[in-house]
Design a protein around this ligand. Structure first.
Ligand code: GDP
Length: 442
């Protein structure tokens, strides 16, 4: 692949009022370009304090941090300008840079360049995005693990194990007089061991996907079942409107909550009631049905004081194809009579709230999930599954005494597909897909 690296610039911090704003410039001419609009001589490896000027007019007092290639994030010359956090000033400086010949960076272009300039492999570049998007500490921890190369190292280990075996097979095929044929037992042992390591990573795939994407929880139940109150109790804030008039939560409301490290979007649905007389409420009911539809798990609430009735069961039926937890609310009024498969809660006393959070976690993840030091994404998982298939083919071949020539084809395929994870073998389309999800300035 051929790439040209012109000088790019972008605002790297959110464009809103704040202490500082950062503009990043990267490319061969980055430092020179900033020098032309900066009042002091930029000294390398120094914090440079001065003014940005435009045709002699002072724009802002800033700090310029130069990073000389290859010792920068992108591996190119980079200049970071720290301005005062005024959106007007930040935009003005960006415009001056654009008028000086820099180009506005595309999404993720800084990180893409870091990858193309071998500052990081593709799994690390993807981890940057995961880290930016992490909503819980557990997700950030996994993303940081991938960023510092834990996934990369693991894949390298598996790849070199297969490559070593492949090397031996090829040597014996190329020089049959000098190199003895590899023992089939050895092929089976080594292939099995590589396959087991891949299976180990894939075992955590579901957990990784949930950590990266989070889950959606719908809170469903008849009007007055206690949905809004439970919603607030789970969030520990006053958010949804709580009243004694049925059907007050007319709209669906969403909030994010941390359940033992999983980011959960909680959707408070409007009270579901068949044949609602009110048009607005009808829309709410439709939305509730839609919320249940898109949820990963549904909390089905019934008023513990009133007891469960046919109308409650009808609503719970809407979630019949979903993971669900039956929640008996208002247990401070009715007493904590725990029935099998139900959780009693009180939004008033907070009784049962922690138990409910744990139940959600267990329902989604299971008990004792394996701890994982890094995160994989769907792309990695696809490659791992394909590599596993190739190894299983090789294994079957070895078990049936197939020609080692043929076994080597499968082993080679496994190595190649594992190389896609790090980006050794990659197409422009895959690259564009990955970096399209980044923000501008990263
Ligand atoms: P929704 O219509 O399902 O959203 O129900 P709300 O959350 O608005 O609650 C309906 C009524 O029940 C309100 O008066 C709440 O104060 C009351 N309520 C909800 N949860 C509890 C609870 O755990 N204990 C008590 N004592 N009252 C509750």
């Amino acid at each position: 692949m051929d790439y040209t690296f012109d000088t790019i610039c972008a605002i790297a911090t959110p464009l809103s009022k704040g202490g500082i704003g950062i503009i990043r410039v990267s490319g061969e001419n980055a430092i020179e370009m900033v020098q032309k609009i900066f009042t002091k001589t930029i000294a390398p490896k120094m914090i440079n304090h001065g003014w940005i000027v435009d045709n002699g007019k002072k724009i802002d007092e800033v700090i310029v941090l130069p990073f000389v290639a290859p010792n920068s994030y992108t591996g190119e010359n980079v200049a970071e300008i720290q301005t005062h956090g005024s959106p007007v000033v930040i935009n003005q400086i960006l415009e001056i840079l654009l008028n000086s010949g820099a180009r506005l960076a595309q999404r993720g272009e800084f990180t893409k360049r870091a990858f193309l300039n071998h500052k990081m492999d593709l799994s690390q570049a993807e981890a940057v995005l995961d880290l930016i998007n992490a909503k819980t500490q557990a997700t950030a921890h996994g993303a940081a693990g991938s960023l510092c190369g834990l996934l990369k190292t693991k894949i390298e280990e598996i790849k070199s194990k297969i490559s070593a075996l492949l090397g031996k097979i090829i040597a014996s095929l190329d020089f049959p007089q000098d190199v003895a044929e590899v023992d089939y037992e050895e092929i089976i042992k080594e292939t099995l061991s590589a396959a087991d390591e891949i299976k180990d990573i894939l075992k955590n795939a579901k957990m990784h996907n949930i950590l990266r994407q989070g889950i959606k929880i719908a809170v469903a139940g008849r009007p007055n079942a206690g949905k809004s109150s439970l919603f607030n109790a789970l969030l520990n804030v006053e958010r949804a409107i709580v009243t004694e008039i049925e059907g007050t939560t007319r709209d669906t409301i969403t909030e994010t909550l941390d359940i033992n490290g999983i980011s959960a979007t909680l959707i408070d649905t409007a009270g579901i009631r068949e044949k609602s007389p009110d048009k607005v409420e009808k829309i709410g009911i439709e939305q509730s049905k839609a919320a249940i539809e898109e949820a990963d798990i549904v909390l089905c609430l019934y008023d513990g004081q009133a007891g469960i009735c046919e109308a409650d069961r009808k609503i719970f039926d809407l979630a019949k194809d979903k993971k669900k937890i039956i929640v008996r609310t208002k247990c401070d009024l009715s007493g904590n009579i725990s029935k099998d498969g139900e959780i009693s809660t009180s939004s008033k006393t907070k009784e049962g709230i922690e138990k409910l959070k744990n139940a959600i976690y267990e329902e989604i993840i299971g008990v004792n999930p394996a701890q994982s030091e890094f995160l994989t994404n769907k792309r990695h998982q696809y490659c791992l599954k394909k590599a596993l298939e190739a190894l299983e083919n090789a294994l079957n071949g070895a078990k049936t005494g197939e020609l080692q020539d043929l076994i080597s084809i499968d082993l080679k395929a496994a190595v190649t597909i594992l190389g896609e994870i790090s980006g050794e073998v990659i197409t422009d389309d895959i690259l564009n897909d990955i970096f399209m999800n980044f923000c501008i300035g990263k």
